[in-house]
Design a protein around this ligand. Structure first.
Ligand SMILES: Nc1ncnc2c1ncn2[C@@H]1O[C@H](COP(=O)(O)OP(=O)(O)OP(=O)(O)O)[C@@H](O)[C@H]1O
Ligand SMILES: [Mg+2]
Length: 210
């Protein structure tokens, strides 16, 4: 996909300012008709008010991921588990806004994640593989559950990497072993999920160095 040279969001995009604050990238201003809905390790995501669209704006030095993710969305086009991509340009993507909660928020708020939801993730990943993608980086913030019980997957920039990622199998194993057990809390504290994620990533990094 080629970078768009003209976009109706040109003024908003031009006005976005990112600033470096203590090693992190902070957003200085949110455009008037945009609402900040999320932030990750490479982008800020906004809902365009009055539209069912979300715009993902990559901050430095991750702008190049926009085109990578766009190419992956093109491959996943037509698979209902993924948002539809409307536009891709220098450092940004416009896609369907998904009204729902991330699996992270579901666990934090005590919203049940059922076997059917897990099966939907499996199905989405199988369809993505058939479309030539290599699903990677499947974590709790990249899985969304809508009010009608539909699961949606976002953030597929890393679906074209070569190495195999076992993150979803590991998450699923954790779910099958522990979720719903007598000791599993109804609401999982966010700090606890962040600590588990931190040690999981640390172990992965150490293993890949061996
Ligand atoms: N299309 C969407 N509809 C609704 N919410 C979204 C959408 N895209 C992103 N979000 C929200 O914004 C957050 C950050 O988006 P995203 O995961 O794409 O950013 P990222 O920087 O690539 O993240 P990561 O840290 O996983 O690499 C998501 O966890 C989700 O809460
Ligand atoms: Mg993400």
């Amino acid at each position: 996909m080629n970078a768009e040279t003209s976009t109706i969001y040109r003024d908003e995009l031009a006005n976005i300012v990112f600033v470096k604050q203590g090693g992190k990238i902070a957003l200085k201003n949110t455009p008037a008709n945009w609402e900040l809905i999320g932030k990750g390790r490479s982008a800020y995501v906004f809902k365009i008010i009055g539209e069912q669209r979300a715009i993902k704006v990559f901050y430095p030095p991750f702008e190049h991921l926009a085109m990578e993710e766009a190419r992956n969305y093109e491959k996943a086009a037509g698979i209902s588990f993924f948002p539809r991509l409307y536009e891709a340009g220098e450092g940004y993507l416009v896609m369907d806004f998904i009204r729902g909660k991330t699996f992270f928020d579901c666990l934090a708020e005590g919203v049940a994640i059922t076997r059917d939801h897990v099966a939907q993730v499996d199905k989405a990943l199988e369809l993505a593989r058939r479309a030539g993608l290599n699903p990677s980086d499947i974590h709790l913030h990249n899985l969304l559950l809508t009010e009608t019980g539909a699961v949606r997957l976002i953030d597929i920039a890393r679906f074209s990497q070569k190495k195999q990622c076992t993150q979803w199998q590991d998450l699923k194993r954790g779910y099958e072993r522990h979720y719903g057990q007598y000791y599993f809390p109804k609401r999982v504290p966010k700090w606890l999920m962040r600590i588990v994620a931190y040690f999981y990533q640390l172990r992965k990094r150490l293993n890949s160095k061996q």
